[in-house]
Design a protein around this ligand. Structure first.
Ligand SMILES: [Zn+2]
Length: 186
């Protein structure tokens, strides 16, 4: 795992974006395509979870809508709630496996086209390990301090580990009455 500075990360990103031309130039469509299924950590009817290849921290996950939708307000409740469930499960996994100090969740966006921002709806689940100034959201959600990149084998290993730990009904926190909370969502 290496931390690339912003300029090196932008160059690497540009190279990677060339691979998305078959998907209308949309990197998120490429990541959510069944052609990329081998790299998915989890998926549901409407979304997929992958490791962010340009992560803010080790274990930074992306929860990506399978459909190319640009605005959260254009998602139906069924789709939105399905994606939220993946976010919730992602929280469980990174807390348990990576033991961060906190986990940040964010759906971001830029009002104009920027190389490191993608209009296709996606959310970030970011384990944050520091407890000092570096943990400020403005610093976590910025490329100015560089990004985490993995060697392909490292990404595969970490994805496999998180996939293996992805919560099943039996491992979810219990609600009142000792029933897994998930049963009220199904
Ligand atoms: Zn897309």
């Amino acid at each position: 795992m290496v931390r690339l500075d912003k300029d090196a990360a932008l160059m690497a990103l540009e190279r990677e974006q060339g691979e998305s031309s078959a998907f209308g130039g949309c990197t998120m469509c490429r990541l959510a395509s069944p052609m990329n299924a081998a790299n998915w950590i989890a998926h549901s009817e409407h979304g997929v979870v992958v490791l962010d290849g340009f992560g803010a921290r080790e274990g930074h996950l992306l929860v990506i809508a399978k459909q190319h939708v640009e605005r959260t307000s254009n998602l139906s409740w069924d789709v939105f709630s399905d994606l939220q469930r993946l976010i919730w499960q992602g929280n469980q996994v990174v807390e348990r496996e990576l033991r961060p100090a906190r986990v940040y969740v964010a759906t971001l966006g830029a009002s104009k086209r920027l190389p490191m921002s993608f209009p296709h709806h996606h959310s970030h689940v970011v384990p944050v390990y520091e407890e000092d100034e570096r943990a400020r959201p403005a610093s976590v959600f910025s490329w100015s301090a560089g990004v985490v990149c993995y060697e392909p084998e490292e990404a595969q290993r970490l994805s496999a580990r998180l996939r293996g730990a992805w919560p099943s009904e039996a491992t979810l926190p219990l609600g009142a009455g000792g029933k897994p909370l998930a049963t009220s969502i199904d």
